[in-house]
Ligand binder design. Sequence first.
Ligand SMILES: CC(C)(COP(=O)(O)OP(=O)(O)OC[C@H]1O[C@@H](n2cnc3c(N)ncnc32)[C@H](O)[C@@H]1OP(=O)(O)O)[C@@H](O)C(=O)NCCC(=O)NCCS
Length: 132
Amino acid sequence: MKIVYRVNAPISVGQLAEIFEASGLKRPVADKGRIRKMRKHANLTVRAWDGTKIVRVARAPTDLAFCSYVSGLGVRAKDQRRGIGKRMLQLIRRKLGSEVMVLLLSAPQAKEYYPIVGFEKVENAWKIARKR
Ligand SMILES: CC(C)(COP(=O)(O)OP(=O)(O)OC[C@H]1O[C@@H](n2cnc3c(N)ncnc32)[C@H](O)[C@@H]1OP(=O)(O)O)[C@@H](O)C(=O)NCCC(=O)NCCS
């Protein structure tokens, strides 16, 4: 079936938790209050639909002028390597425009992926890890 992409389209808390789980991303899916907040405050999202089923979610909180952070680029295992991730990143970059930097942290299994879709590795990134 044809994949349809939607920017900032509504999604339920259950759907968001489900796609996180199905794509193997480590997210606090048992804590629905926290997933609700994640849904509410991510101001740029792209979702890929296969018919009535969400197959992928990418979230990119941003100030729309200078910086953004892509988190949660996940797709169901059976839908991987169909060009869906690449297309979602294209849509995010188009929406953000050339003035906005896109930052992300790679999961170990995706380290080889991001250079392929246009990201450069940086040495000057620092983080304070969440405790839970
Ligand atoms: C990693 C992931 C986001 C890639 O998305 P995808 O939709 O499967 O990838 P695409 O179909 O857009 O692939 C684009 C290109 O990258 C390659 N590629 C895809 N996944 C790759 C990986 N893990 N390592 C190296 N190359 C990869 C594809 O072969 C393709 O190459 P081509 O353009 O020469 O054909 C996806 O596989 C995924 O959700 N994995 C599980 C969750 C995860 O690890 N998310 C990342 C969190 S940082």
